[in-house]
Ligand binder design. Structure first.
Ligand code: HEC
Length: 137
């Protein structure tokens, strides 16, 4: 009996997650679902994009340098050429206007912590603070 109790205690300690970890997991998991729904058609499930039509997200110097702009692009789209890893992409991207600030935060958390990126959580208040200053392109 005592052994079982110790075992149960050990398991609960090992699986104990901090509030921040749980929040990260929630953002990330919802972000993955939204990414699959709204973005993977073009950028692909593996984030590699498609030729010179759709730029990659798995490795993207553009993403690394322009978090604020990426948040805006998700909702507002982008119609000027974009240079990603030295290649120029000329096709415009249409924004997904239905995305809420929380959706954008979750998708950003997913794409910025998958593949080559390890930025950490992008929270909804950060997104809300930035969405007002999006430039229209
Ligand atoms: C219909 C196809 C399509 C969909 C859907 C789409 N994109 Fe894009 N995306 C593009 C194209 C094309 C560009 C290049 C735009 C330009 O250069 O003007 C782009 C550019 C980008 C960029 C900047 C370039 C880079 O590779 O770093 C990011 C980041 C991005 N998209 C993320 C997303 C996210 C996140 C979603 C889902 C919310 C999404 N896109 C949905 C086609 C798409």
């Amino acid at each position: 009996m005592r052994l079982l109790w110790i075992l149960a205690l050990a398991i609960s300690i090992i699986s104990c997650k901090s509030k921040a970890e749980i929040e990260m997991e929630q953002y990330y998991n919802r972000g993955e679902i939204l990414y699959t729904q709204y973005c993977s058609n073009c950028h692909q499930a593996d984030g590699k994009g498609l030729g010179l039509l759709y730029p990659p997200l798995d490795k993207s110097d553009f993403m690394e340098k322009n978090l604020d702009e990426v948040l805006c692009i998700m909702r507002n789209g982008k119609s000027t050429p974009t240079v990603v890893n030295g290649k120029t992409y000329e096709q415009p991207m249409q924004g997904v206007t239905a995305l809420t600030d929380l959706d954008i935060a979750e998708i950003a958390t997913y794409i910025y912590n998958t593949w080559d990126h390890k930025r950490g959580i992008v929270k909804v208040d950060e997104v809300s603070a930035k969405m007002n200053s999006c430039k229209s392109e």
